[in-house]
Design a protein around this ligand. Structure first.
Ligand SMILES: *Cc1c(COP(=O)(O)O)cnc(C)c1O
Length: 378
């Protein structure tokens, strides 16, 4: 009998106890593994032994890769040092010099920077386009990949993944989706035909704002390529951070349940507030909810400085997805380096606030934002 998502996420530990019956996997905080003799070394290279050197492989990082692959219902996964390195090794496993990538233009700011500045030096060309338009018009003879996010940042557009996959299949392109905001609790792109799914595990998978990590999942063939890139570029994750991320995943389902319930309630409450121009909160992401991020625009209706000064216990940060509610300011952080016209076109306004809704009591969250907005109202 197969296990449900919530059960699978709790039972992620694959423990290697070396004879000691530990309940959870020990941390293999070692840079290398020893060999009994030369035969033993030979066995590693024949594939009969798992571990040589931590940059090449480690039980804790393997455990994390497999755990996320299991939740995404994909064959295999690898852990990397960050979300951005996951994206980089994912892309390099399908694209090479001379290739062309079509990327959604409303990507996470750091991803946009990576694609614009680094891929060019690899000789990989990128077109940023609206994925709400007909994608076929942008396909060139050297196009190899369609890249997007299942829920975009910070305006929370829900990607039509079925359509992206359909176009890709027609032209024999690969697809890659950043599933960080949705998590496999809400969306499982691999099951919809997406080739490579990437995560900033720094966010909901870890869940406690205490690690930086990434994961790439997909077919055995593509993950073998991604792994080779990860080993050669040295973008491996540390065993301790992998262990912490696995610990975080065990509560992913219960955290997401509370996160999404609170976010829905906050989005409903703030849409009634006179200081708020617009609330961005998706609909119909999944029957389990619509995600944990609520973005509001208070341009023209409220004083942004007063709002940020009145947040009391809610922290101002340049990240998201912790158990504590926090806010970020896209124009001042994640999207500050975008050209002005791109900011404007994407709707990154001076009154745009991204709220990462935590797992506190719903009323405390709603009251604090309502009071801050009351004070800030012009
Ligand atoms: C944070 C984030 C990233 C980058 O991840 P890091 O772990 O900071 O490298 C990529 N995509 C999305 C959607 C993110 O939120």
């Amino acid at each position: 009998m197969g296990q449900g998502f919530d059960t699978k996420s709790v039972h992620v530990t694959m423990k290697r106890d070396g004879g000691i019956p530990t309940k959870v996997t020990p941390i293999h905080q070692t840079s290398a593994f020893t060999f009994k003799n030369l035969d033993d070394i030979e066995q590693f290279y024949q594939g009969d032994r798992d571990y040589l050197y931590t940059r090449v492989g480690n039980p804790n990082t393997d455990e994390l890769g497999k755990a996320v692959a299991n939740l995404e219902e994909a064959p295999l996964g690898i852990a990397t040092s960050s979300g951005l390195s996951a994206i980089m090794v994912g892309i390099l496993s399908v694209a090479k010099s001379g290739d062309h990538i079509i990327a959604s233009k409303d990507l996470y700011g750091g991803t946009y920077e990576l694609l614009v500045t680094e891929l060019a030096s690899f000789g990989i060309e990128v077109s940023f386009v609206s994925f709400e338009e007909d994608l076929e018009q942008y396909i060139q003879a050297n196009t190899c990949l369609l890249y997007t996010e299942s829920i975009t940042n910070p305006l929370l557009r829900v990607e039509n993944l079925e359509n992206v996959v359909k176009v890709a299949k027609k032209y024999q392109l690969k697809t890659m989706v950043d599933n960080t905001f949705a998590t496999p609790y809400l969306v499982r792109p691999y099951t919809l035909g997406v080739d490579i799914v990437v995560h900033s595990a720094t966010k909901y998978l870890g869940g406690h704002s205490d690690i930086t990590a990434g994961v790439v999942v997909g077919s055995e063939e593509l993950i073998a390529k991604a792994k080779q890139k990860c080993v050669n570029l040295g973008t491996n994750l540390s065993p301790f951070e992998a262990w912490l991320t696995v610990r975080g995943i065990k509560t992913l389902a219960v955290r997401m349940e509370r996160h999404t319930r609170n976010a829905q309630a906050l989005a409903d409450a703030l849409s009634e507030h006179p200081a708020v121009n617009k609330v961005y909160y998706p609909t119909f992401v999944s029957e389990k909810g619509n995600g944990a991020i609520v973005t509001i625009d208070i341009t023209d209706n409220a004083n942004i400085d007063t709002f940020f000064n009145e947040l009391q216990w809610i922290k101002i940060v340049a990240t998201l997805a912790g158990v504590e509610t926090s806010v970020s300011y896209p124009l001042g952080t994640s999207h500050r380096n975008l050209p002005k016209d791109v900011q404007q076109e994407l709707g990154i306004t001076k009154g745009l606030i991204r709220i990462s809704v935590g797992i506190e009591e719903t009323n405390d969250i709603i009251e604090t934002f309502t009071q801050a907005l009351d004070s800030a109202k012009i």
